[in-house]
Design a protein around this ligand. Structure first.
Ligand code: AMP
Ligand code: ZN
Length: 469
């Protein structure tokens, strides 16, 4: 498979370190609110990547964290813990909020057919691991104590700016809007590994540590959880593009300082879903959820289809009109599949060629739009209905659009042709007679009687037809 690597900024042949086995890590949600459909775009595209790797015959071990502590309102180290904000808003405890939104996240994932990672680990369950790695970073001279907190010392690295080629000046935390510079930091890009002191003394979740009672920083969570389950060498790390800096940059810094060697070979970043007002975010602007789409009558899989129609490395603009188009196309597609009959002979050569073209599409830097085109090519191809259905089922292992199930639903929902009903037929005939005799009152009376029985009449060129509603 050819896949873009944010680390090298190029499309390269993807090869896991251990042949046949992929170690994959995904930054999970910060569970202080519902996931919005922007977050879910990232998880949908990661899901397609994971399923394509499996479809290609590789074993994938995928791990995801749940950020239930330490992610502050700013990605830099100031502001209040997002979880605490959520708890205050909802008059609940932090753990209640975390549980509620974790469940809501996986319920949304299920509706979008996003597979649950093999391992899902909330950060609050790994405090000992964080403390062990932070202690080792202090011992190795990569971290220091200042003002009660433990900081990572970025000046100790030969290369820190992995995911940004910005001027150092632009990265000055102090110049970012709404962010105050932390006077304890020795270098402006240093970041907190463990907090015991922050402006917000009412932090709800705190643990004992060699540096005092406190809580971990957000970045150390992902490094430790990844290493705990996937070991010292990671094949691929995923996340939305906003995570590239500072989060992923800091993950690399601390993981490689701790391990003493290169940690992760591949970085997969999904570009944002934007609204006309800019990036969709949990803290500001338009906030669309899967439940909201459902309330408006959209099938969540129509949103998945919408996402698959564009490339993950391009930002995607959301509009209701664009979603309507995708929903219409999805409905038509499933309608065409519903019309297929599972019959006819198998044509191995044609079958293989169509499968290869789907493989080529997904293998070209996960070109899902081309993958969808390959699906339409199956419908158009001169092959049997049997082969078409088999190929659709095969492609849908990766695309996960629920195509065969939706088609089956359509087939069983199609109205059965009306059976004749002598009593109704007689009433319809009596009405026709009354109309001929210009007895409008009688004709209307019969129409009303039929209506009361749930029968509607239709005047057609072939005479009056009726149907039940
Ligand atoms: P969070 O719950 O804020 O930690 O974010 C969960 C995931 O969604 C992360 O991988 C983010 O990078 C990603 N994300 C955040 N906003 C968007 C967006 N508008 N479009 C796509 N992905 C996003
Ligand atoms: Zn992360």
């Amino acid at each position: 498979m050819k896949l873009y690597n944010s680390l090298t900024r190029s499309v390269e042949e993807f090869r896991p370190i251990e042949p046949g086995r992929v170690r994959m890590y995904t930054c999970g949600p910060t569970v202080y609110h519902f996931a919005h459909i922007g977050n879910l775009r990232t998880y949908i595209m990661e899901d397609v990547l994971e399923k394509y790797l499996r479809w290609s015959g590789l074993r994938v071990d995928r791990v995801m964290n749940i950020t239930d502590v330490g992610h502050l309102s700013s990605d830099a180290d100031t502001g209040e813990d997002k979880m605490l904000k959520g708890a205050r808003r909802e008059h609940k405890t932090v753990m209640e909020v975390a549980q509620f939104y974790t469940d809501a996240f996986f319920a949304d994932c299920e509706k979008l057919r996003i597979r649950r990672p093999d391992t899902v680990q909330p950060a609050t369950g790994c405090i000992e691991d964080f403390i062990r790695v932070i202690s080792s970073l202090i011992d190795k001279g990569y971290a220091y104590l200042a003002g009660g907190n433990v900081y990572f010392d970025t000046s100790k690295l030969t290369e820190y700016y992995v995911f940004n080629r910005h001027e150092e000046e632009d990265l000055l935390v102090g110049v970012r809007e709404g962010v105050e510079e932390d006077a304890n930091k020795r270098n402006k890009n240093d970041f907190v590994l463990w907090f015991t002191k922050s402006k917000f003394e009412d932090q709800a979740l705190k643990w004992d540590s060699p540096w005092g009672v406190g809580y971990p920083g957000w970045h150390i969570e992902c490094s430790c959880i990844s290493m705990k389950y996937l070991g010292e060498y990671l094949d691929i790390h995923c996340g939305g593009i906003d995570n590239a800096f500072p989060h992923h940059t800091n993950e690399i810094a601390q993981s490689e300082a701790y391990l003493g060697h290169k940690w992760c070979s591949w970085w997969f970043h999904v570009l944002h879903l934007n609204t006309t007002n800019g990036k969709m975010s949990k803290s500001s602007g338009e906030f669309l959820t899967v439940s909201l789409l459902e309330e408006k009558g959209y099938d969540p899989l129509a949103y998945r289809f919408f996402c698959l129609q564009s490339h993950y490395r391009k930002s995607l603009e959301f509009s209701w009109e664009a979603l309507d188009n995708a929903a219409g196309a999805y409905e038509k597609l499933t309608g065409r599949i519903a019309a297929l009959k599972d019959e006819g002979a198998h044509d191995e050569e044609a079958y293989r060629a169509l499968r290869e073209s789907f493989d080529r599409a997904l293998g070209s830097d996960l070109n899902t739009a081309m993958g969808v085109t390959a699906l339409y090519d199956v419908l158009k191809a001169e092959i049997s209905g049997h082969d078409k259905l088999a190929l659709i089922a095969d492609f849908d292992e990766v695309l996960s659009l629920g195509l065969l199930e939706a088609a089956e639903k359509l087939r069983s929902a199609a109205p059965a042709p009306e059976e004749g009903d002598p009593e109704i037929d007689a009433l319809v005939a009596a009405r026709t007679e009354a109309r001929k005799a210009k007895n409008w009152a009688e004709a209307d009376r019969i129409r009303d009687e039929l209506k009361a029985r749930g029968i509607v009449l239709e005047d057609t060129r072939d005479g009056v037809k009726w149907k039940r509603v």
